[in-house]
Ligand binder design. Sequence first.
Ligand code: ZN
Length: 178
Amino acid sequence: MYQLPSSYAPGDLVSTSTAALNSGYSVRSIITADLRAMAMAARDAGRPIQVVSAYRSYTQQAATFDYWVSIGGYQHALLTSARAGHSEHQLGTTLDFTSLGGAAPWTYSDWASTPAGGWMAANAWRHGFVMTYPRGETATACYSYEPWHYRYVGKPTAAAVHDSGMNLREAIWAAHGP
Ligand SMILES: [Zn+2]
């Protein structure tokens, strides 16, 4: 029901380098203005960020999920990686970040407790991005805590989610029903 068709791919993908970030990843062009503003604000605050994942195709997501199954088994993979067709990364509006020059964010005990991760947790919403899977909300967000995973929803929605105190999934359901 919420599955994207395997053929779905955004038609306006551009490099993350167009948003003053490292290259090698793609996002939809509609998010680059706000993404660039966020990247520059983080840098100006002395908390620079870099991209470690952005758009992933259905095929790439299938390979990612299979990788996590091979590491921890199917049930664990369901908590930490979306099945193909269910990933926000296939939308082209979702990114994983780490600190500039830092290790992969999932190797920190809690990336949100680092300077860059903490800045993102406090400020990303001002630029239209929300942390989809906040801490301690596995039951309602349906995934493990991922302090590096941000989805662009636009400034008005991000502000509404921030003010509501709900996670994105709860806020969407509250607004539109499950
Ligand atoms: Zn992610």
